[in-house]
Design a protein around this ligand. Sequence first.
Ligand SMILES: [Zn+2]
Length: 84
Amino acid sequence: MSQSLSSRQLQSFRVELEELLAEEPGSGAPGCEDCRSALARLDAGVFGVCTVCGEYIEINRLVASPTETYCLSCRTAAERKRGC
Ligand SMILES: [Zn+2]
């Protein structure tokens, strides 16, 4: 089962995302955009929530990729749709 993130975890994700953004100053790289929107979701209090189904994203997947916006099942479905 998935669970909500503690404020401590949210804070460490924020630091990580801000560091990622700082590494690409002013660049329009796709990764940069992902970081920006992840930070926006942090501010909105919806970080770590799947943008498709609204379930919490698995913590181990967020740790691996803080810009992840899909839970595992939605990610799998999206990739299947793309024909990967
Ligand atoms: Zn989902």
